[in-house]
Design a protein around this ligand. Structure first.
Ligand code: HEM
Length: 118
């Protein structure tokens, strides 16, 4: 499955699109439910592309942290959208989303594959 694991480009593409869809859904620019539906499809693509990198390249525990952070971030996006739909406060989850997003980007860019900024 070289196209999944030869580079991080596919993974990056999937999570960038997921984040854009999340912000479109969260800001309520459109009332369409389709955005949230497509976002859920992209959760799976992010998971598959990230999971493939993980199983191919994991060399230390930092990869486990990256894996966990990625999954938690998806969890936060889903919590925010579902709570908004139910008109419940989502402030706590926005705070967690911001912190976990930062940590996920940091670990992703720190690990050996692809871009290595930190
Ligand atoms: C929306 C959620 C996610 C974001 C924003 C994100 C972000 C990133 C970033 C910035 C990179 C570095 C790419 C590069 O250096 O070229 C990366 C790589 C990676 N991600 Fe994710 N990711 C997410 C979800 C996931 C999930 C769910 C998993 C696991 C199932 C995962 C596993 C990995 C792995 C194993 C790498 C390669 C690490 C390396 O050696 O550079 N990611 N991700």
């Amino acid at each position: 499955m070289g196209f999944l694991t030869d580079s991080t480009h596919l993974h990056i593409t999937t999570w960038v699109i997921a984040l854009i869809l999340f912000f479109i859904a969260a800001t309520g620019i459109t009332k369409s439910k389709a955005v949230h539906m497509v976002l859920r499809l992209f959760y799976i693509l992010v998971l598959v592309s990230g999971g493939a990198l993980f199983f191919q390249w994991r060399v230390n525990y930092e990869y486990d942290i990256k894996f966990l952070l990625g999954i938690l971030l998806i969890g936060m996006m889903e919590m925010i959208l579902v709570r908004q739909k139910k008109n419940k406060p989502a402030g706590l989850f926005w705070a967690l989303f911001a912190i976990i997003l930062f940590a996920t980007l940091f670990y992703g860019l720190k690990l050996q594959m692809g871009f290595d900024l930190f």
